[in-house]
Design a binder for this molecule. Structure first.
Ligand code: TXA
Ligand code: MG
Length: 345
């Protein structure tokens, strides 16, 4: 299959690209689409044959359910039930964070194919905020299932070029909407009724942080292995490969833990590129990439994480050593990704 990449850099090109993407979605095809978090691989969420093509292109196991993207907030009621005991909180979250990088787990309606939810009684829903994505959904007029547009277990792509690296020849179209403004996958939550206030359980940390969520309920972070993706049976090497570049990566929690093997080429993924953090001078690194140069901002680090990992991955290093980032705000999501990508030495 030939994979076409279409631009959205002028009004005319955008109009043509949107029309092409919508036509493909209507005919039951998959299309890689830009979102504000990472690129998604979309298909008509209500068409099981179309959804099956997502799993095929990604080589994603069928036990791993997909996120359903909505063209507007009201459509949530078409695909999901909103139980009375959490309705107030769900409405507040939707009104506050949509369109945006928050995904909610809700009981699913029968219209959603079981393939989308991997047979689970819940469906993951969000309304994204990328303008091109929004136009495509609006014209398509229905829900679009879209997981991240990577091969299963590999880095989530934050640009059209990174999608092409992974899915060329497997899908008909990549819509190039530029680099993703958030760079990390959406925060996934579920609301659990409780007194005196509801519990907001974070299943996957992301751009919407604990601070953002706490005025709507008591925020708890699900302990490890709670999204289905994590809980999946551990095939050999599967966890090691998760969210991972092809080059082995290790989160080095302390500079003292570093014991390089002679002759190996180590690259450093530094948080802010400051010698005083103890990593820069630790080793004659074959390359240093800095997530947020200067004083260090976790939000900037989040935007650049997958992009820089993707670049380091192409430079032939034997190993990528990652400095920890501060465990606050979106830093929590970054650490979560780095830990999952880390191999165990
Ligand atoms: O930012 C994002 O969320 C991106 C963009 C494209 O929207 N999408 C994304 O999708 O990251 P994906 O499929 O790579 O990650 C979705 C996660 C998986 O860990 C999956 O197991 C979990 O959501 N998930 C989906 N439906 C679920 C459900 N009903 N119950 C529990 N976990 C679910
Ligand atoms: Mg993914």
């Amino acid at each position: 299959m030939q994979t076409e990449t279409l631009l959205t850099d002028t009004e005319t090109s955008t109009r043509e690209t949107v029309a092409r993407a919508v036509a493909l979605l209507r005919s039951g095809e998959v299309v890689a689409l830009p979102t504000e978090t990472v690129y998604g691989l979309g298909a008509d969420a209500l068409n099981p044959a179309a959804v099956a093509k997502i799993f095929e292109a990604k080589e994603r196991p069928h036990f791993d359910p997909l996120i359903v993207h909505l063209p507007n907030k009201t459509m949530v009621r078409d695909v999901a039930e909103i139980p009375d005991d959490i309705a107030k909180t769900v409405t507040q979250l939707v009104e506050t964070f949509w369109p945006g990088p928050l995904t909610l787990l809700l009981p699913k309606k029968p219209v959603v194919p079981d393939l989308v939810t991997s047979g689970l009684p819940t469906v993951a829903v969000r309304q994204g905020e990328h303008p091109v994505f929004h136009r495509i959904l609006k014209q398509f007029g229905g829900p679009v299932a879209a997981p991240s547009a990577n091969r299963f277990g590999a880095l989530s792509p934050t640009s059209a070029a990174l999608v092409r690296d992974q899915l060329e020849g497997r899908i008909p179209l990549i819509v190039d909407g530029g680099a993703c403004s958030r760079g990390l996958e959406s925060t996934i939550v579920r609301v659990v009724p409780a007194t005196p206030k509801p519990v907001i359980e974070v299943l996957r940390p992301g751009p919407v942080t604990e601070d953002d969520l706490k005025k709507f309920g008591k925020v708890v972070f699900a302990t490890r292995n709670t999204t289905v993706e994590d809980a999946a049976p551990e095939a050999p090497g599967r966890l090691a490969a998760h969210y991972a570049p092809r080059t082995p990566l290790r989160l080095l929690e302390s500079p003292r833990d570093f014991s390089p093997e002679p002759g190996k080429r180590y690259a450093l993924l530094s948080y802010r590129g400051q010698e005083k953090d103890g990593y820069l001078a630790l080793h004659p690194w074959s390359e240093v990439a800095v997530l947020s140069p200067g004083s260090g901002r976790v939000a900037e680090a989040g935007i650049r994480l997958f992009h820089l990992l993707g670049q380091l991955d192409q430079h032939g290093h034997d190993e990528i050593v990652a400095e920890p980032v501060p465990d606050r705000g979106i830093g929590r999501a970054i650490l979560d990704k780095l830990r999952k990508a880390s191999f165990r030495p």
